[in-house]
Every structure is written in C-alpha cells, then in structure tokens.
Write a protein of this length. Structure first.
Length: 422
C-alpha cells in the first residue's frame, strides 16, 4: 500500500484524481483497521468481546443450537487460542503422560470427535470426546437441553446421541495423522502429542452391554490416550444398574481383557460414576476398582437430584443436572472415593467447576485432574485461562511447590466415611 502511494505521489495527478485518492483512503482505511483489531481480539479467549458480546448473544439461542454452533466453531478452528503460559507448578504426570495443566474438557461437548484441535486451542491440557456408542442413534426427542440461567446450570437428557463408532474412528484417525504422525503400524503416544480421551457407552436397545463396550475398546482403543467406561448417565434406561457390584465386576473384567488384547498401545481404562450413589454403592465400586486395578475413576456424572435451584418450573425437567448446583455433591463423592481407595487409584474431579477455587477444592478432595463443561456456556472461553491463573495464585498463596502436594489433603475432612467405617 505504501509503495503504491509513493508511486502515485511521483505521478502528476490532477486535483480531481488526488481528491478521489484521498476520499478512497478515508473511506476504506477505518473499516480495514476495524477488521484487523476485531481479528486480533477474537484470537484471544480473554478478550472482552467474548465475555460481553459473543457469549451473551449465544445465550439468546436455544441451548442445543448454541451447543451445535460451538462444536462447529471448534471443528473449523474458529476458536481463540490461549497464549498464557502453563507454569511447571500446574503440570501433572499421570497415565504415563505429562499434562501441561490439570484442566480438561469433559465428555458430552464434542460427542462425535469433530472439534478436538479447536477445543485444545482454548487452553485445555486434554479433551474427552463422546459418549460414543457402536451404532448411530438419535438420542432422546427434542427439546432435551434446558438452560437454568439463575443457577448457571444445565439440565440435559440427550440420551447418547451419536454418529457411531465408525465415524468417530475415522475422525480420530485423521486427527492422529495431523497431530502425531504414524510410527510403524501403530500410533506414537509420545509426550508432545495432544491428549484425547474417548468416553464409551452402549446403545439404548442393546441387551448385552459388555459387547458394546468391548466393541468400543477394540475399535477406538488404538487412538485414545485413555478410555472411559460410562455407566453413569441418567438418560439411558438401565445404564446406572451397571454400577452394581456384580455387574460392574463382569463388565470391567471384559473391558480390561479387550484392552490387554490390543496389538500395540494399551490405553488406561477409567470408570465414570454417578454422584447419586448410596454409601454401599461407593464401597462396592471401590472394592471392584481395587480388585481389578483399574487405572482411574472420574467423579462424577450429572445428578438427578435438584438441590436448591432458583430457576422455577424449568428445574423440574427430567434429565441430568450439571453446573454449580452439582459442585458440593460431586466433591463429597470425590472425597469419599479417595478415602475408600486410600489414594491408590487416580481420580478426575468433575461437577460445578467455574473458578480456580472450585478446581482447587476438587484437587484437595482427591482429584489429580479436573474437567469442566457447563461453565463454558455461561462464561465463555476465557474461563480456562482464568482458572489456570487463579489456581496458580492459590497454590502460591498456600506455599505449595507443586499441584501433587495438594491432592487429597482435605479428603478425610470432607468424606462421609471415617477410618473405622472404611
């Protein structure tokens, strides 16, 4: 542009031509500068444009439409990139991998593995896709997602809507090609590659649940940094019955055997449990987990309870509740499981995390990693960067040198079990 202007200045222009050039410059330069400034602002998740413009506008849309648009934005990498550093204090070594920070995206957002790269740009150290079932299924009838604005919570009854294993396998294959490269006949799970977990479920009409989960392990295990056995969604009839001791032992035995029979990489197997468990249920799950030596437990899924909600009639909708109202319940279950397991099996804390303090409380209750989801719908992409910053401040304020020093320090105080009961 400058060269062109200098060239024009060297030419003998008429007064009319000079006037037209000046008018064109004044006309097009401001919009061009505005576009540049907007582009720069949109590239940062902490930009005020997300907090005060984009996120409020998106909340005006129907919840499921807003969710689908967010997934498409991630798919086409229209998400902002978090450029804030990840301090060594926040790094976590787990499952043979190095997590640059403890914050991950919970399953349920990217159900069909469409937007993994775009979501990782937000600052998450890992992303969990799914729930994935063997066969495509539409899930429950619409409307099936409800936004509880006064509680900053969501009720959903999606019902494992999925495109099926084959579609997800193809996307994971292409993702690994783009981000990892291929080593001989299998994928190289190295320290630099993005960490993506796969959440497995069963089809609604399947009678033999074990068959569906084993199919998921065999098809997707090669591409997953870890696998999650989801037996805790409240939106698939009979699914939570698989948390009962005998059913759970048989199911996990079959899944671990299938994992061990994979030809190359054998991903860690984690169990995702509900927050609505009896004391005996928790003891039974802990017993099975220790007996079979599973690699981890995710605590917890959504709740069917409705603790002190402010949102009126819509709070009576059927489905799983997520967001801040779930926080205390899921944290108690987290502390219970840490106590019952004696800290021998790593836990991932989920449920109601909106701030660094919430994440810190989960870690003190026994979580080595945490996941979030619902808060994105209310606070936008800046929340990941904010939680990392607040978490680091809390660590330094309490005088800890590493996140691992904090894991489980409050579990005994928060747990419903004492040493004798355990």
């Amino acid at each position: 542009y400058q060269r062109r202007v200098r060239g024009l200045q060297n030419m003998k222009l008429s007064k009319v031509a000079k006037f037209k050039l000046k008018r064109a410059t004044l006309r097009y330069l401001p919009p061009l500068l505005s576009v540049c400034v907007l582009g720069y602002a949109l590239n940062s998740p902490t930009s005020y444009i997300y907090s005060y413009v984009i996120t409020p506008i998106v909340r005006l849309l129907p919840p499921e439409l807003a969710h689908n648009l967010a997934v498409k934005a991630a798919k086409y990498k229209l998400t902002p990139r978090d450029k804030t550093p990840n301090p060594p204090k926040l790094s976590v070594s787990l499952f043979g991998r190095q997590f640059k920070n403890p914050i991950g995206l919970a399953a349920g957002f990217d159900k069909n593995a469409e937007g993994m790269e775009g979501l990782l740009r937000l600052g998450f150290s890992f992303v969990e896709v799914g729930t994935v079932c063997p066969k495509p299924q539409p899930g429950n009838p619409r409307p099936r997602v409800f936004r509880l604005a006064k509680d900053e919570a969501i009720i959903n009854r999606y019902g494992f809507n999925t495109e099926g294993i084959d579609f997800v396998k193809d996307r994971l294959h292409m993702f690994r090609q783009r981000t990892r490269g291929q080593v001989s006949s299998h994928w190289s799970h190295n320290q630099q590659s993005p960490i993506v977990g796969v959440n497995l479920g069963k089809n609604k009409t399947t009678e033999d649940a074990s068959k569906d989960y084993v199919s998921g392990v065999q098809s997707l295990g090669t591409y997953a940094d870890y696998l999650v056995v989801n037996v805790s969604s409240p939106n698939t009839p009979g699914l939570r019955d698989l948390q009962h001791q005998n059913e759970l032992r048989k199911l996990l035995t079959d899944i671990i055997e299938a994992r061990d029979n994979l030809p190359d990489y054998k991903p860690p197997v984690l169990l995702k449990i509900a927050p609505d468990l009896t004391m005996q249920d928790k003891k039974d799950i802990a017993e099975v987990a220790l007996q079979l030596q599973i690699d981890g437990i995710i605590v917890s899924n959504t709740t069917v309870s409705r603790p002190s909600l402010k949102s009126g009639r819509i709070a009576d909708e059927i489905g799983g509740l997520s967001g801040p109202p779930l926080r205390d319940l899921s944290t108690t279950v987290l502390a219970d499981m840490y106590t019952l397991l004696d800290g021998k099996i790593p836990l991932i804390g989920v449920g109601g995390i909106s701030t660094g303090k919430d994440a810190y409380e989960k870690i003190k209750a026994g979580a080595s990693l945490v996941q979030l989801y619902t808060v994105l719908a209310f606070k936008g992409p800046a929340v990941v960067s904010n939680i990392k910053r607040e978490l680091l401040e809390l660590l330094e304020q309490d005088g800890y040198k590493a996140l691992s020093e904090v894991v489980g320090i409050s579990a005994e105080k928060l747990s419903s079990f004492n040493t004798k009961e355990k």
